[in-house]
Design a protein around this ligand. Structure first.
Ligand code: PGA
Length: 259
């Protein structure tokens, strides 16, 4: 078992994006739960808002240790924001965490790091764990700008938070060029990026916080590449999109933690 596992828990998160009705979500959880019984990982699912209440009830009935979360939230406590959802509403529906700053939110819905910063603060106020996504685009990758982008996104999304707040957050390194493309970063490439993120956290806060921070990798993770990624000392978990839609593939990824 690599050293990191002793100090940082391994977290596997499925991100369903805009997939699954309530019956489909329930059927997924019923199939998945017995398949991951002996997993050593913390297993999380970022699911559609509509399925949160019913899945949290179902998890109680099945005595499942799955942790449920959402894929976005609004930065304000409440108000005239038609179509939006608040942190308190997510807690109310059974969410324990929320993905913030996913590249699809940044790109398709024009969310910038300062907006993400406000959302992180609001999530923490509500007792939701923010999972903050960072990562460079294809163009930035080609221009060798990965470090600049990561530093900028971490600084702008998390700057000003206290060390006590940072330890409540998870980071997800998701190179945009690897999301949904089948082009995973190599374990070495992802390790280098994670190690760099940890350095940025150490320089902005302190070593203890940087060492405690869980950093998940996301971008075309599947059952064939998950074990190799998890062997890397700074990769503490995985954020899985497409391959989290099937309980069989997702269970194989979850169980690759035990290999
Ligand atoms: P993918 O998505 O696994 O389908 O590449 C990952 C993500 O968007 O979180």
């Amino acid at each position: 078992m690599p050293q990191k596992r002793a100090s940082r828990q391994c977290v596997i998160t499925g991100n369903w994006k805009m997939h699954k009705t309530i019956p489909e979500a329930e059927s997924f959880v019923r199939t998945l739960t017995p398949l991951i019984e002996s997993s050593q990982a913390k297993v999380c699912l970022a699911i559609p808002y509509t399925a949160l209440s019913s899945l949290s009830e179902l998890c109680k009935i099945l005595k499942s240790f799955l942790i449920l979360g959402a894929q976005n939230m609004h930065a304000m406590e409440e108000g005239a924001f038609t179509g939006e959802i608040s942190g308190q509403m997510l807690i109310d529906a059974g969410a324990k965490f929320v993905l913030l700053g996913h590249s699809e939110r940044r790109k398709l819905f024009h969310e910038d790091s300062s907006m993400i910063h406000q959302k992180v603060k609001q999530a923490l106020i509500n007792g939701l764990q923010p999972v903050v996504c960072v990562g460079e685009s294809q163009e930035e990758h080609a221009q060798g700008k990965r470090k600049i982008i990561l530093e900028e996104q971490i600084q702008d999304s998390l700057g000003g938070l206290s060390a006590d707040e940072i330890v409540k957050i998870h980071l997800a390194y998701e190179p945009v060029w690897a999301i949904g493309t089948g082009k995973t970063a190599t374990p070495q490439e992802a390790q280098a990026a994670h190690s760099f993120c940890r350095q940025v956290i150490e320089s902005q806060w302190n070593k203890e916080v940087a060492q405690a921070l869980v950093i998940q990798y996301g971008g075309s993770v599947n059952e064939s590449n998950s074990a190799k990624l998890l062997e890397m000392s700074d990769i503490d978990g995985l954020l899985v999109g497409g391959a989290s839609l099937s309980p069989i593939s997702f269970s194989k990824i979850v169980n690759s933690v035990n290999l």
